[in-house]
Ligand binder design. Structure first.
Ligand code: SF4
Length: 332
């Protein structure tokens, strides 16, 4: 049964279940709602990098922190479509484009992103964007261009949020998720663990996600990859068991969501990733970079799929493909 009326106590009890029992319960729910042999493979491309005015404490793309990230203006549409084609050829079924913006502005850059969306949609891939805050009308334009999903993470609990970001509010985030939902775009929203939060914050974030009017279709679970020059550069890395606990709890309370094992996967060996899949993760990012932080190489992932006998999930399995556009030329 899909529930959106979870209580904090219920989620806390699930989260604190002894780990082997928790994995067993999550694996059982996973098998009721998904093919456990399938894992979605997504490629994430940073189409505009660095120079962001926001102050997210984990992010090397924030202009105010001194990191090694090189600022790059919005890529050209044909460059992005070439990258999407390569991702498709190597087995990705979802292509996500990220821009280090605070919010979308109605300008030529947004028009270019709309062209990118049309082009990738025309290739038969699920197109996702993560561009910062959005208004209702911008969400509608993205939908009309063929956008399948929009990522906007809650990052953490409402209570801990101000320790991580001060330049926009938790409510801003929820409003953007509302605009995405209203436009009929699939919602991708999750968060990051290992930023110095308490267990209650992890549970609080899961509670917010699982009590939205509809669960997000995708829930990325990230482990902080501390980057030199950011305020969180010295954070201790979380253990794989903490990741598994988050993934398993997310799987049980949001049974139909794709739970994405995201940042932090590069540090996991095959056995650890297998436990994450057993606990209900069924989506990964492919490609050697996650925006600006490292990710496993393509060959390592091919080997992983072979060893675990899993296969990439086809596109549009949970929903109708948006209207298909022919591959379009660069917007002028
Ligand atoms: S996470 Fe996004 S909004 Fe925050 S600083 Fe990085 S690019 Fe900007």
């Amino acid at each position: 049964m899909i529930r959106t009326d979870w209580t904090r106590k219920e989620i806390t009890d699930i989260y604190n279940t002894p780990i082997l029992e928790l994995i067993y319960q999550a694996a059982t729910v996973h098998r009721q709602h998904h093919d456990p042999q399938e894992v979605q493979v997504c490629t994430l491309l940073s189409v505009k990098t660095g120079g962001c005015p926001e102050d997210c404490a984990y992010c090397p793309q924030a202009a105010r922190y001194h990191t090694n990230v090189k600022v790059h203006k919005l890529m050209e549409v044909d460059e992005v479509l070439d990258a999407a084609q390569r991702a498709k050829e190597s087995g990705s079924t979802r292509f996500c484009m990220g821009a280090a913006w605070r919010e979308v502005r109605d300008n030529r850059d947004f028009d270019k992103v709309l062209d990118m969306v049309k082009g990738v949609n025309g290739m038969g891939m699920e197109v996702c964007c993560t561009l910062g805050m959005l208004t209702d009308s911008q969400a509608q334009k993205l939908k009309e261009a063929g956008l399948y999903a929009y990522n906007h993470n809650l990052d953490t609990s409402e209570e801990f949020y101000d320790d991580i970001i001060t330049t926009r509010t938790y409510d801003d985030r929820l409003e953007t998720l509302g605009s995405v939902r209203k436009a009929g775009i699939s919602v991708c929203s999750g968060g990051i663990i290992g930023m110095g939060e308490q267990q209650e914050d992890r549970i609080g974030m899961l509670l917010t996600l699982a009590t939205l009017p509809e669960h997000p279709e995708s829930v990325p679970v990230n482990a902080l990859v501390p980057v030199e020059g950011t305020p969180l550069e010295d954070q201790e890395r979380v253990s794989v068991w903490e990741m598994i606990r988050m993934i398993a709890t997310a799987r049980i309370i949001m049974p139909k969501a794709m739970v994405r094992l995201s940042a932090g996967r590069v540090r996991m060996n095959t056995e650890e990733q297998a436990l994450c899949f057993l606990a209900g993760a069924n989506s990964i990012f492919a490609g050697d970079k996650l925006l600006t932080t490292p990710n496993p190489e393509e060959d390592a992932d091919k080997q992983l799929f072979q060893t675990l006998n899993i296969r990439p999930r086809p596109s549009f399995k949970n929903g109708e493909a948006p209207v298909k556009f022919e591959q379009i030329p660069v917007h002028v």
